[in-house]
Design a protein. Structure first.
Length: 431
């Protein structure tokens, strides 16, 4: 999904959650009929939503930059002007947006520096509606130039934003395993069946079905694959980590490490431009952190009794971002920045909680200390005491359960020392 029309996307948040609720209801009903069918795991879903929350947050701060190029080209260099009063022009503009989306999405899979951003959307080993919200924080900046030809052709910015939002919102409902094949629709549109293939890590499903709304582009340009066996969802070398910041940075780190280690200058550049399957001759692929075992998924869980606390922390962080999305205009820059830091730090710590990281208790204590200071400093004069006391109460409520269980937070932060925690699909279903 591209992210230009994110005001519409922010407004659609309640609808997203309603539909996730419907999917959860379907899951419960079907699990009664056919034991062992799980669509959602708490750790995986929270991680998807944390990535989506950070992406929206970055969008709040970056939206002007993202759209500036489009507006400049439209205002100064356009060759024609499409008329928003003419439905034929809307149809042409829609085909244009969906066409350039196909090429941006395809390039995002075939060029390493674009894949470094887009990979976030593909890291989940589940396939459900929350995966649709799992988006990269930086992809929104990389995608903008792909649509500049539309500015040159004279698609007015408002028309572009409306259609781009439609293209993005359309792709929400296709992230589900609850809808099977759809007959002739599967031949024309991007559907749940077609997009399940796109999220498969099976050899025959890799780099297939890049279309946004129309799947016709894949048929035209030779990237179409029909859904045959159920895909194994995720990427070929799993992330095995619930930290949403790490999800956004991990692949960049890998590319930079290759660039540093390879000797030829040409290869230091090429590693960013070649496909994800390429490595310079002197830096071949290393053994992955762990090999995905057929049917096994990363499934680290928080210490006994802390799952509820993790959910509350997640909701507080998401609340801060929603406050920024809808009420950002009401507060000053300092408060905005404080809310953003509180949210990103909180979402990172929620990941650390699920991963049982050794750094989590200290990081959570530091975050709440900073929150108390920020509440006192940023609240209006007469509210300082109230804000400080409220932050202190929240801090105690958040920290006591974590500190009680601090002996359980033992897993090292360093990736190469990471112990894989695996679960089979059957074990996951039983839990
Ligand atoms: Zn993709
Ligand atoms: Zn997707």
């Amino acid at each position: 999904m591209s992210q230009q029309g994110f005001n519409a996307i922010a407004l659609a948040i309640p609808v997203f959650f309603l539909l996730i609720g419907v999917e959860l209801w379907v899951e419960r009903r079907e699990r009664r009929l056919d034991s062992g069918r799980t669509l959602y795991r708490l750790n995986d879903t929270i991680n998807d939503l944390a990535c989506g929350t950070i992406q929206q947050l970055v969008g709040v701060f970056g939206k002007t930059v993202i759209f500036a190029g489009y507006i400049l080209i439209f205002e100064s260099f356009r060759l024609a002007t499409l008329d928003p009063g003419n439905w034929m022009h809307w149809a042409v503009a829609f085909l244009g947006i969906d066409f350039f989306y196909y090429w941006f999405h395809r390039a995002s899979h075939e060029v390493n520096f674009l894949w470094a951003a887009h990979i976030v959307h593909h890291q989940s080993e589940e396939y459900n509606l929350s995966v649709a919200l799992r988006q990269s924080a930086v992809q929104q900046f990389l995608g903008a130039p792909f649509y500049w030809p539309l500015a040159l052709l004279g698609v007015p910015p408002m028309m572009f934003l409306a259609l781009d939002a439609f293209d993005t919102l359309y792709q929400f409902w296709i992230h589900t395993r609850t809808i099977g094949r759809l007959g002739f629709l599967d031949a024309i549109l991007n559907t749940p069946s077609n997009h399940r293939v796109h999220h498969g890590s099976n050899t025959k499903y890799i780099d297939r079905n890049h279309g946004g709304v129309l799947i016709v582009w894949d048929r035209l340009f030779g990237t179409f694959q029909r859904e045959e066996e159920e895909p194994a969802y995720g990427v070929t070398r799993p992330l095995a980590n619930w930290n949403p910041l790490w999800a956004n940075l991990q692949y960049w780190g890998e590319l930079l490490a290759v660039a540093r280690r390879t000797r030829r200058w040409r290869d230091k550049l090429l590693i960013f431009l070649k496909s994800p399957g390429w490595r310079p001759a002197d830096v071949p692929f290393e053994t992955p952190p762990y090999m995905p075992i057929e049917g096994r998924k990363y499934d680290a869980r928080p210490p006994e009794g802390l799952a509820g606390a993790a959910v509350v922390q997640f909701l507080l962080a998401m609340g801060a971002v929603i406050a920024l999305l809808f009420g950002g205009g009401l507060v000053g820059t300092g408060a905005k920045l404080a809310l953003a830091i509180f949210a990103v730090w909180g979402l990172t710590n929620v990941g650390g909680l699920f991963d049982c990281r050794a750094w989590l208790p200290a990081s959570e204590a530091a975050r709440w200390a900073a929150t108390i200071v920020a509440a006192v400093l940023l609240a209006p004069g007469e509210w300082r005491l109230v804000a400080g006391a409220a932050a202190l109460l929240l801090a105690v409520a958040a920290l006591v359960p974590v500190l009680r269980q601090r002996a359980r937070f033992v897993r090292p932060a360093r990736v190469e020392e990471r112990l894989p925690v695996l679960v089979t699909q059957e074990e996951g279903a039983r839990a």
